[in-house]
Design a protein. Sequence first.
Length: 410
Amino acid sequence: MSVLKIRGFRNLWIGQTVSQFGDAVYGMLFIYMADKLTKDPLIVGGVAACAGLPFLLVGPVAGVFADRHDRKNIMLGADLVSALTLVMFAFVLLRGQPPVWALFAVPLFLSSINAFFTPARGAAVPALVPGEQLLSANSLSSATQYAMNAVGLIAAALLLAPLEAIAPTRFFLVAVLVNAASFLVSAGFIATLPRLLPVRDDSTEAHWLQDLKEGAGLIWKHCVLRIILGVSLLINLAISGFMVVYTATNRAWFGGNFLSLAIIELTFMVPVVIASLVVGQIKVTRVGVAYALCMVAIGAAVAVMGFARNFWLYVSMNFLCGVALPFATIPAMTYINLTVPDGVRGRVNAVSAMVTAGVQPVGAGLAGVGLKVYGLTTMYLAMGIGMLVPPLAALFGSKEFRDSTMPRPS
C-alpha cells in the first residue's frame, strides 16, 4: 500500500501491529486465567468489565488531554507505563498464584492507560497522512487489528496451550512478558514520530471543562456526526454481549470444544481483514447509506443465527457479518477524521471509544442475564433487531444523514 511509504504512519503502524499481537495473546489468556483460578463466573465477568469501564470513566478527560498535549508523548508514555505495569505483574506471578484483587486491578489500570492512548492515536493518524490517503490508512489499520487478533488466537492455541501442559504455572507468565515486550517495541517506533501537537484556534488555555463542553457541542451541532455516534452507541449496546452468547451457543449447539469456537472466531476475523483492505481501494461516497445498509445486513445475519443450529449455516452468517462490517465502519471513521478539526479530534475519538468499548460491560452483563431468562434464540433476535432498528431509523428519519457524502480532503 502506498500509504506505508509515509514514514511516520509506517512506524506507527508497525509499532501498533506488534502491540496488537501482544494484546491478542494476553487478553484471551487473562480471562482464561481468571476462570481457571477462581472458577467463579461473577469474578470472570467482573474482570472482563474492568477492561471496558475506564473508557466510560476517564474517556472524556482523556479526549481533552489529547487535544491539549503532544499526542506522540501521550502514546509513548502510555506504552511505557503499560510495559512497566505488566513487568510488575510478572514479578507477582513469579511468586505464585496472583491474588484476586490483582485480577481486577491489572486490566482496570491497563485499560485506563489505553483510554488515554486511543484518542491520541486516533487524532494522530490524520496528522500523519494526507487526506486523500486517509481511507487507505484507516482500512489498513482496521485490517491489521483483526489480523493480529486472529494470529494471536492461533499463537495462543498452538504455542501457549502446549506450554500450559508442560508448565502450568508459567504459561501465563510468558503471555504477560510477551505483551510487555510488545509495548516496548511499540514505544520504540512511536519515539521516531515527529511532534504531534494539536492545531487549536483558541489563543488562551481554557478550563478542561470548557474543552469538554466544546467537544460535546461540536458533536451535537453536527447532524451526521451526532447520528453516527448515537447509532453506534445503540448498536454496540445491542451487540456487545455477542461473545457471551456465542460462547454459550458453542457449548449448547456445537459440542463446546475449543476448535469449533476458534472456527467461529476466525470465520469473522478473516473476512473482516480482507474486506478492510478492499474498502481502502474503492471509493465509498455515500457514507450514511453505506453505514446504515451494512449494519442492517449484519443485524439480519445475527437474527438468523438464532435459528442456525447447523454449524456451517451459523458460521456462514458470521462470515457475512465479517464482510459487511468494514464497509460500514471504515468510511464512517474516515468521514469523522475529515470532518472534525484537528484541535477537537481527541475529544471526538474519546467519545467514539466510549460508545464502542465503554458499553461492552453493560451489554455483556445484560447478555448474561438475558441468556438465563430468555434463552439463545431470543437473545439472537434481540441483538439482531437492536442492530437493525437504529440505522433504519437514521436512514429514513434524516435526509442529511441519508445524503451525507465523503468530504473532499483539504
